[in-house]
Every structure is written in structure tokens, then in C-alpha cells.
Design a protein around this ligand. Structure first.
Ligand SMILES: CC(C)(COP(=O)(O)OP(=O)(O)OC[C@H]1O[C@@H](n2cnc3c(N)ncnc32)[C@H](O)[C@@H]1OP(=O)(O)O)[C@@H](O)C(=O)NCCC(=O)NCCS
Length: 229
């Protein structure tokens, strides 16, 4: 389909320049090395393959989170979302989780979603921490607005970080946002934000070469212990 670039220029929201997220490596409790890096826009179709099966996992709110994340990533890919970024977690190239977010404005970040595919290793917690690190330390923002769609998310973000409740409606359905301030981030950092830089070159090359996506059944089984439909 030919793209009318003149019309596209009107449809595409203006984008602010965003500092890159420097990749890091985290050694997980099982000894595996998790590379956390920024996804490239052209990698979105691969990410969508991993998100798609979660739309049908009616457990731990994977369905609603997956459906929203799918739409947001597609929005980024098609230039229909403003100032979005996505960080991925990979073990030996395999995608084990992802987070996305956007700059609401220069000062405020709007946290979107966190999805863990490999479970029981705090992959989601580490990726969420990386997302906060990006907003505060690399994008230089003052605060991040956050909501939780699931009880596990609520435990991981609101309780573990002691987030401040506010009455600011969040983009995700208008629920009142919780806030991570710079101060709260740096207070939580020694406890929650981990990882080493630089990532050894061969590990980084492996992660950048390809995002490997497990097949649908493997994803369903990893997430919810389900086999088949
Ligand atoms: C929220 C989320 C990102 C947290 O990821 P995480 O930090 O890697 O944590 P896990 O999901 O692996 O584990 C959460 C808990 O469930 C338990 N758990 C592990 N494997 C599990 C499985 N296959 N099924 C159910 N529970 C499992 C863990 O033991 C853990 O318990 P703990 O809180 O006492 O440590 C992840 O649960 C997720 O993607 N959930 C669905 C989407 C979602 O809710 N996103 C956040 C929206 S606010």
C-alpha cells in the first residue's frame, strides 16, 4: 500500500528527541544473564508475535495487559503514538519480557505496560526498574505516572516503591495515577535498580542480532502453565 507522506505528516504526532537507553546486563537468581536494551521500531512486528498469545491468557490480567500493549506497540510502529519507547529483556537472544512507556511531556513520564514471559525470576520487576531508570536518569524527567492493572503489578510497583497516590487520571483508562518522583526513585534505587554496564560485546551482539520469540504454546506454558488452547 502506497503511503501518502503528505497526509502522514499530518497524522503523525510530533516527536521530541529522546536520549537512548544504555543497555545493561542483570544476572538473575538462576545465574542466567538478562540483557536489557531499547527495542528498535522495526522490531515491533517480532514483539507483537510474543504479545499475541497473551491476549488469550485469562490469568493474572495477562489478557488486558497484552491487548493494551499490543495496541500501543502497533501505535509506535505506525507512528500513531507520541514519544513512546520500549525496552526488552533477552536471555541468549530469547525475549523474556518487555516494558513500554512514553514521555507525556518533558517533565512527566507516562508508564504504560510491563509484561513478563519468563516467570518467577523477577524479570518483570527488573524491566520495570529499567523503565523508571530511563525516565529519571536518561530522559531526565521529574516524575513518572503509573497505574497497576493487576494485584501482582500493584505489589511490585505501588508497594515495593512506596509510590505516592495522586488524583491525576492516567492515560490507561483514567484510573488515578500513582507517582514515582525523582526523590523516591533515588531512594529505591539501591534496593531495586540493578545491572552492569557496559554489556560484554558478545552478549550485546547476540541480543541485537535477533529477538528470538518462543512459540505460542511455549509462551502460554511459561506464563500460565497452559498447554494448547
Ligand atoms: C506483573 C509482572 C510484570 C511481574 O513480573 P515479575 O516481577 O517477573 O514477577 P512474576 O510474574 O514472575 O511473579 C509474580 C509472583 O507470581 C509467582 N509466579 C511465578 N510464576 C508464576 C506462574 N507461572 N504463574 C503464577 N504465578 C507465578 C511468583 O512466585 C511471584 O511471587 P512473589 O510476588 O512472591 O515473588 C508479571 O506478573 C506480568 O507480566 N503480569 C501480567 C501483566 C501485568 O500485570 N503487568 C503489570 C501491569 S500493572
Amino acid at each position: 500500500m502506497a503511503v501518502d507522506m503528505e497526509l502522514e505528516a499530518v497524522l503523525r504526532p510530533p516527536e521530541a528527541p529522546q536520549a537512548p537507553y544504555p543497555p545493561k546486563v542483570i544476572t538473575l537468581a538462576n545465574g542466567k544473564r538478562l540483557v536489557v536494551r531499547e527495542a528498535r521500531r522495526e522490531e515491533v512486528p517480532t514483539l507483537l508475535e510474543a504479545v499475541h498469545p497473551t491476549l488469550f491468557i485469562h490469568k493474572d490480567y495477562y489478557d488486558i495487559v497484552g491487548a493494551r500493549l499490543y495496541a500501543e506497540l502497533l501505535g509506535w510502529y505506525t507512528h500513531r503514538t507520541q514519544n513512546e519507547f520500549c525496552l526488552v529483556g533477552q536471555i541468549e537472544g530469547l525475549l523474556v519480557g518487555m516494558v513500554n512507556s512514553r514521555m507525556y511531556n518533558a517533565k512527566t513520564g507516562m508508564s504504560l505496560h510491563t509484561l513478563a514471559i519468563d516467570r518467577g525470576l523477577r524479570v518483570g520487576a527488573h524491566l520495570f526498574a529499567a523503565k523508571m531508570e530511563h525516565h529519571i536518569e536518561y530522559l531526565g524527567q521529574d516524575e513518572v505516572l503509573i497505574v497497576a492493572e493487576s494485584p501482582i503489578g500493584f505489589r511490585r510497583w505501588m508497594i515495593e516503591y512506596g509510590l505516592e497516590p495522586t488524583d491525576i487520571p492516567h492515560e490507561l483508562g483514567g484510573a488515578p495515577s500513582y507517582r514515582l518522583t525523582r526523590e523516591l526513585y533515588f531512594k529505591s534505587k539501591p534496593r531495586l535498580v540493578v545491572g552492569d554496564r557496559p554489556v560484554p560485546q558478545e552478549l550485546l551482539d547476540e541480543a541485537l542480532r535477533e529477538i528470538v520469540v518462543a512459540d505460542e504454546d511455549a509462551i502460554r506454558e511459561k506464563i500460565a502453565g497452559l498447554k494448547g488452547r
